[in-house]
Design a binder for this molecule. Structure first.
Ligand SMILES: Nc1ncnc2c1ncn2[C@@H]1O[C@H](COP(=O)(O)OP(=O)(O)OP(=O)(O)O)[C@@H](O)[C@H]1O
Length: 446
């Protein structure tokens, strides 16, 4: 869904209240004015109940209160800006909320968690938040919001002679080498890449760390893959991007792909490589191509990779952290694990503890310091944290230096039809295990 389509200028207001409840009342009032069938009291109750279970404060002075109700529309967004700042329980210290993005979703909206995640991603971009908070008036704020939610501001790679040449050659190489797709690494360009001009008969896939909504301006791209880069190296996202493309079914294990990219933010393509996927992922395959366990949704694996990468890059409070995620085949996994601590996810609604829910990112990162593993169902619901894995595997030798966390990840991936992902606290490396075989996804921290 294109978010800018549900942003109406009439539901963007300057807030006068100094507390959250008052601000929500102001926002609900503009919604009810336009949609009189809405019941503001029930909505308020739902919004506050959500707030008391888990804060909707996202950081950077932005809160994203949300509620699901029975209504004929899929989504209603109302946005309030506060010049004075609003007190919020979720904010740390004397941080104040400057921007409230309120989402009301219809019960039947099936992409609810994805929409929530897309909004959360957008309003975590400091430049966009700054532009919104300091917009001279509400019309300008509306414009910024539509621009921001409409996707990244692209640049025209083709205006540069070398980029033009590189793209032309990439197409020739890709055709000559019988590649199934061209992967374009968009983070080479500070503001992303303008797709017009990338007219090629090849399937073109954009790889970027920026949130992008599929839409008209990206029509030249058959697919967009959002992966965070681990370093500023050329195409640092390569393996994760290919893995995500394969799990989404955009390319196959037997394919060859051509990749074009450059140093992050250099605005210059300088590298062209051809990747034989089967050879790249050789060890993982061993003749079968069911990398993704049957019950695991591709978007769940993508999300876990994203959270793991962020943990590896950022650590926690300046210190490196290690972590272990086990995804899929919960029936079998549950027989091979036992709790080390009381399960912190116990008692929460499945929707609230789904890894696809953007508010889970912080929770997972917070609990990453607990010893043990996160056990995640294939549909994204986090079953537990702090679980001890009791499987053992003597057939797959791990490289020296890898300890019990990696050994447990390898063993459970043999004993059950699951994927395990490890963030190493000592090296910062992110590694995926399937059937006991390891696939380093990210290069080590330098
Ligand atoms: N069987 C297991 N199940 C769940 N978690 C485990 C298991 N074994 C170890 N861990 C977790 O891994 C942590 C680190 O253990 P260890 O240093 O031996 O692993 P490692 O593979 O070297 O990982 P790292 O690279 O992060 O140091 C432990 O403190 C514990 O939290």
């Amino acid at each position: 869904m294109r978010l800018e389509k549900v942003i109406a200028r009439s539901r963007i207001i300057d807030l006068h209240s100094l507390d959250l409840e008052g601000a929500l009342q102001e926002l609900l009032a503009v919604c009810v004015k336009q949609f009189p069938d809405l019941k503001p009291d029930a909505l308020m109750k739902g919004l506050l109940a959500r707030e008391s279970t888990m804060t909707t404060y996202l950081g950077l002075g932005v809160a994203l209160p949300h509620v699901r109700v029975k209504m004929p529309r899929r989504y209603i967004l109302a946005i309030g800006r506060s010049r004075a700042g609003i007190k919020h329980d979720g904010a740390i210290g004397d941080e104040r909320v400057r921007l409230i993005v309120m989402l009301i979703a219809g019960e039947k909206a099936r992409d609810y968690l994805q929409v929530l995640a897309t909004i959360a991603r957008q309003v975590k971009e400091p430049e966009l938040v700054d532009a919104l908070v300091h917009a001279p008036d509400l019309d300008a704020l509306h414009e910024q919001l539509v621009g921001g939610f409409g996707g990244i501001r692209p640049v025209q790679a083709q205006q540069n002679r070398i980029n033009r040449l590189m793209l032309r050659e990439a197409e020739r190489v890709a055709k000559g080498a019988d590649c199934r797709a061209l992967l374009v690494f968009g983070d080479t360009f500070v503001g992303g890449i303008e797709s017009a001009g990338l007219r090629t008969r090849l399937k073109t896939i954009l790889v970027t760390r920026n949130p992008v909504e599929s839409g008209e301006d990206r029509r030249e791209f058959a697919e967009t893959i959002q992966v965070r880069s681990f370093s500023s190296h050329r195409m640092a996202q390569l393996r994760s991007a290919i893995l995500v493309a394969v799990t989404r079914g955009v390319i196959r294990f037997t394919d060859r792909v051509c990749c074009i990219g450059g140093m992050t933010g250099s605005n210059q393509f300088d590298t062209l490589i051809v990747v034989d996927i089967e050879r790249e992922f050789q060890t993982l395959l061993t003749g079968s191509n069911d990398l993704l366990p049957e019950d695991v949704k591709p978007e769940v694996l993508e999300r876990v990779i994203a959270v793991a990468t962020e943990l590896a890059v950022e650590g926690r409070e300046g210190r490196p952290v290690g972590c272990l995620f086990v995804i899929g085949d919960n029936e079998r996994v549950s027989t091979l694990t036992k709790p080390l601590v009381l399960n912190p996810f116990f008692g929460y609604k499945e929707e609230d503890r789904n890894i696809l829910n953007p508010f889970m990112d912080e929770t997972v990162k917070e609990f990453s310091s607990i010893d043990g593993a996160f056990i995640i169902r294939g549909d994204g619901v986090v079953e537990s944290a702090g679980s001890l894995i009791q499987a053992t595997d003597r057939d797959h030798a791990l490289p020296s230096g890898l300890g019990s966390r990696h050994a447990a990840a390898a063993a459970i991936s043999v004993a059950a039809h699951c994927i395990s992902i490890v963030v190493s606290s000592s090296t910062g490396q992110v590694t995926l295990f399937r059937r006991g075989v390891m696939l380093p996804l990210m290069e080590k921290r330098r």
